[in-house]
Design a protein around this ligand. Structure first.
Ligand code: FES
Ligand code: FES
Length: 162
């Protein structure tokens, strides 16, 4: 468990809420999110930075959260998949549900965060940019083609896909 706040605690903002972690916290961010902050949407896959299941957004960039200590994210703004359902469903959620884009959904939280980081940066990405943005996200079910269609549809909703 994360210990109570002390003056030496590091701060990070998670889904708009300021959180504190001990300065010496060497626990990977993924575990802190899931076990200490109760944000169970972010998934553990390989634990070595290779599958993308644990992808979150840190200061606007999609990053894996299993392979760096939470203290490495001090002062940063973190977004997890839960943010997509805050204040109404994000178009990405709407599109994957409408198109039933995923199969088992294990990869989906990470893929959605990689896609959100892309759309935040480029609201109307080309298909090539979408494919490239998902380069680090594996999907054992082979649902990438449908997921890419859903991201394209979400982009059309938010900014107009190219
Ligand atoms: S669980 Fe983090 S990259 Fe696989
Ligand atoms: S939908 Fe099953 S791993 Fe991607």
């Amino acid at each position: 468990m994360v210990s109570p706040v002390t003056p030496k605690d590091l701060k990070l903002k998670v889904n708009g809420i300021e959180r504190s972690i001990p300065t010496d916290c060497d626990t990977p961010l993924l575990y802190v999110l899931r076990e200490d902050f109760g944000l169970k949407g972010t998934r553990f896959g390989c634990g070595t930075g290779g599958c993308g299941a644990c992808t979150v957004i840190a200061d606007g960039k999609a990053v894996t959260s299993c392979d760096l200590p939470a203290s490495a994210f001090a002062g940063q703004t973190i977004e997890t998949v839960e943010t997509l359902a805050t204040g109404g469903d994000h178009p990405l959620l709407t599109a994957v549900l409408k198109l039933q884009a995923a199969q088992c959904c294990y990869c989906l939280p990470g893929i959605l965060m990689a896609a959100k980081a892309l759309l935040d940066d480029d609201p109307s990405p080309t298909r090539e940019r979408i494919v490239s943005a998902l380069d680090g996200n594996l999907c054992r079910c082979g649902a990438h083609p449908r997921i890419i269609r859903a991201i394209t549809e979400a982009a059309a909703e938010t900014g107009g896909a190219k």
